[in-house]
Design a protein around this ligand. Structure first.
Ligand code: XIL
Length: 649
């Protein structure tokens, strides 16, 4: 990063702005959060914060979230005006930073929305990145805006700022922090996914430019031989205004792929989302209606777009998702009612494939969609592919996104999807796979439960076994992301932390990774929490895991202890009535037990369900606890058996 403004910044850094580490030093301990900037304003100064354009920013005792002072912002006239702090000398490229700030409106202001953003400039050209989106704020209390940000480009200006939907409201901020948590090194002593699967198909990950750097770049290079730009080839990124193409980020990804011997999947030329509004405006600038003139105009824009984008990359991109998500199984004709369809009918599909083939005669052209396992959708997609191919439309492959979860869909349904299209003789690709830990929108785990991660590991094992079985029909399998620290599922379909990929938030291999690479080594290991790293149950050999047991000593004192035991049914079959057995290693004796009935014979213990907790549904858990005595040492017991079957734990 160039630091053109470093001198200016240095003079504006004042006492009280704690700079513990201006740079991510490799010496910083992994997993220990490092606070780079903390602004409390309690020394009565603005601590480097300024206005963006003429509004007044000053320390204030009117309200403070902590200590004596906050920062008051008055005199705003534009929604983008607000307090700003330069991060140019603070943040490094390729490091994921956490930003947190507290916001409230000045007394008497009507409720509005606040955002936390970053402005960066490269060679003077500004870009604006959102760190935290619109969040309701009032004058009645403090609201925390908290998000993360990774700088991917060289910059000569970098600043964070708070803005409001209201152009004029006055506000206060307090307790800003910029921090990061250094990652441990990536594991170099484990097999590369791409090598393990080399005989079957290419293995890819969807990535953004920031993920080419540091540990992320190393992880990507080690395990993947294909990449899909997650956003940088979409229409809003490549042609935000008509005829003005922008390829900088996509070029960075393509150059990385070349240097690392990876293929590139171009995603995507035509979609109903992430397409700029101008595309669907008529010659007079109004929203297009379905007229012959508008149809001609829209198809000519489509053709120019594909010529511009595909032509730019030539043979550097060997596969294109030419059209994305065009099927709607709820329509009798199976076609999504997008603007593309409403204005051109099927012709946008014909034009897109024809032009793509003409411009990139060597590229594999894909029709890509989600839920292609759902029989009704699968069949509509199939019918569409048959119809278009019969007309000579050059569709080479069907892309199955495979955004699935730990329970859905069934393997049999997924296999039926593959066999259906295999009969057609088209190539197939798995294009966006992830396995959400959630099965409905109401769930949210502060940390992913070990048993859910275990189930996820088996799901990955089973899906990849299926893909291998059908490898003759599948040329690549791509995951929609690199590691759990960055996944679109954190904000879709609702905001919550998801963990759908092969590597955890610290970029370490999960059970899911072993499910793909070597199922015999699946372990159930929890991932990082915000403050500590906890490893609960580990171990065990497959196949198959039927149950897991989490045994925890909750308290221990001279001669006595208390323990909690949690049993999880890791099968897909309900268990009605359970007995758990184990052996104590150190002469411990149970004196009192709750939520079950126990017997003990020497070291051997059996605990039977109580009348109210006999049911263990698939994936479900029960817990019981006890008080015991010990002398000498109080080692963990094992092995555990549930109804005679050995458990993990
Ligand atoms: C997602 C990206 O991952 C997000 O960063 C973006 O905000 C929205 O789009 N199906 C697709 C992908 O075909 O393009 C989508 O990617 C995920 C669903």
């Amino acid at each position: 990063m160039r630091r053109v403004l470093a001198g200016v910044l240095a003079t504006s850094v004042v006492a009280g702005l704690v700079t513990l580490a201006a740079h991510a030093s490799p010496r910083a301990a992994a997993d220990e959060p490092v606070v780079v900037v903390s602004s409390t304003f309690d020394d009565g100064t603005a601590q480097g914060w300024t206005s963006r354009a003429g509004e007044v920013v000053e320390p204030s005792t009117a309200v403070a979230r902590s200590g004596t002072h906050g920062l008051a912002v008055t005199g705003r006239a534009q929604s983008w005006q607000g307090p700003t702090l330069s991060l140019l000398d603070k943040a490094q490229k390729g490091i994921r930073y956490d930003l947190s700030v507290w916001v409230r409106l000045a007394a008497g202001e009507a409720p509005t929305q606040a955002r936390l953003s970053v402005e960066r400039r490269t060679a003077g050209t500004p870009s604006y990145d959102q760190v935290v989106g619109d969040t309701a704020v009032t004058a009645n209390g403090w609201v925390n805006l908290r998000g993360s940000y990774t700088l991917a480009a060289d910059v000569d200006f970098l600043a964070t700022y708070v803005e409001l939907s209201s152009a004029t409201a006055s506000l206060h901020i307090d307790d800003f922090a910029l921090s990061y948590t250094p990652l441990p090194p990536i594991q170099t002593d484990i097999p590369s996914v791409k090598d393990v699967l080399a005989a079957h198909f290419a293995v890819g990950a969807a990535v953004e430019t920031a993920q080419l750097l540091n540990n992320h770049g190393q992880l990507l290079a080690k395990h993947f031989n294909s990449i899909t730009p997650g956003n940088t080839l979409k229409w809003d990124a490549t042609e935000p205004t008509e005829g003005a193409f922008r390829f900088t980020d996509a070029e960075t990804l393509v150059a990385w792929a070349k240097a690392n011997g990876a293929a590139v999947r171009g995603h995507t030329l035509v979609w109903h989302q992430q397409t700029p509004a101008w595309v669907f405006k008529d010659a007079a600038g109004n929203d297009m209606t379905a007229t012959p003139e508008n149809k001609a105009l829209l198809l000519s824009r489509l053709e120019a777009h594909i010529r511009g984008v595909v032509g730019h990359f030539g043979d550097d991109i060997g596969v294109w998702d030419v059209v994305n998500e065009v099927v709607d199984e709820n329509q009798a004709d199976g076609l999504r009612r997008s603007k593309w369809f409403e204005i051109t009918g099927l012709d946008y599909l014909r034009t897109a494939f024809r032009v793509a083939r003409e411009v990139a005669p060597n590229a594999r052209l894909v029709i890509n969609d989600y839920n292609t396992n759902v029989p009704a959708k699968r069949d509509k997609l199939y019918d569409l592919v048959v119809k278009l191919r019969a007309e000579g439309v050059p569709i080479d492959a069907v892309g199955h996104q495979m955004h699935v979860n730990v329970q859905w869909p069934a393997l049999a349904e997924t296999e039926a999807m593959l066999t259906k299209f295999a009969a057609l003789g088209v190539d197939q690709q798995i294009t966006e796979m992830d396995v959400s830990i959630y099965t409905d929108n109401s769930q949210s785990y502060p940390t992913p439960p070990a048993d859910v991660l275990l189930t996820q590991a088996y799901r990955y094992r089973d899906f990849f076994e299926l893909y291998k079985k059908h490898a003759a029909d599948i040329s690549s399998v791509t995951l929609w992301g690199l590691a759990d620290d960055s996944t679109w599922l954190d904000s879709f379909p609702v905001t919550r932390k998801d963990h759908p990929l092969l590597f955890d938030t610290r970029l370490q291999a999960k059970g899911a990774y072993w499910g793909v690479v070597d199922p015999g080594r699946i372990t159930s290991t929890t991932t990082t929490t915000t403050t500590t790293t906890t490893t609960t149950t580990t171990s065990m050999t497959m196949p198959p895991v039927r149950c897991t047991v989490d045994y925890r000593v909750g308290g221990q004192w001279q001669g006595g202890f208390q323990a909690e035991v949690r049993i999880t049914n890791a099968t897909t079959t309900a268990i009605d009535g359970w007995t758990l057995a184990w052996s104590f290693p150190d002469g411990q004796r149970i004196s009192q037990l709750w939520n079950g009935a126990h017997t003990q014979d020497g070291a051997a213990v059996t605990v039977k369900h109580a009348s109210w907790n006999s049911a263990l549904p698939p994936g479900g858990s029960v817990s019981f606890g006890f008080l015991g005595t010990w002398t000498g040492s109080n080692g963990k017991p094992g092995p555990f058996t549930l109804n005679g079957t050995r458990c993990v734990g």
